[in-house]
Design a protein around this ligand. Structure first.
Ligand code: ZN
Length: 153
């Protein structure tokens, strides 16, 4: 398997473990060239990330949380399963591209907004309003105005 960071052709498996549900194997891999470590869960790549929340607490990255948050934003929007999967993958790809084992929750929020905006503007506004309203109302208002202006064109 290719290294997702340097694209070197060869990675070694440093650990293999059958998942709790018994249906899949988690493999810990290491790139032979750059030493980057990542995990695979069958064919799905797991992000081995710690999220630093606003109050400084750390929490392991949880894909299900991301998925449920996105679903909430996309409620009653016409986005098919394939587009949704691509959205999730794009967000994870961007997260991994940061090449950090620890990521600020605000960075994740920005990545989610960037990708969500490409898929559905309404969902983007929903997410942004929940996510940003507490941080900076004015910035959010400006973004909203910008979006509305673009619509009129
Ligand atoms: Zn590598």
């Amino acid at each position: 398997m290719k290294c997702p960071v340097c694209l070197f052709q060869d990675t070694k498996v440093v650990d293999s473990r059958v998942a709790v549900n018994g249906f899949s194997i988690r493999r810990r891999r290491e790139c032979l060239k750059c030493g980057f470590r990542f995990s695979t869960y069958e064919e799905i790549e797991l992000l081995d990330l710690m999220i630093i929340k606003r109050d400084g607490r750390k929490e392991a990255y949880n894909k299900e949380k991301l998925v449920s948050g996105l679903k909430r934003s996309l409620e009653k929007r016409l986005v098919n399963e394939e587009t949704f999967k691509k959205l999730v993958n794009a967000i994870e790809r961007d997260l991994q591209a940061l090449k950090n084992s620890e990521v600020l929750s605000s960075q994740i929020g920005k990545i989610i907004m960037k990708e969500l905006k490409k898929v559905d503007k309404v969902a983007f506004i929903r997410f942004a309003s929940v996510y940003e309203s507490f941080e900076d109302l004015q910035v959010f208002q400006e973004k909203l105005n910008k979006l509305l202006k673009n619509k009129k064109k």
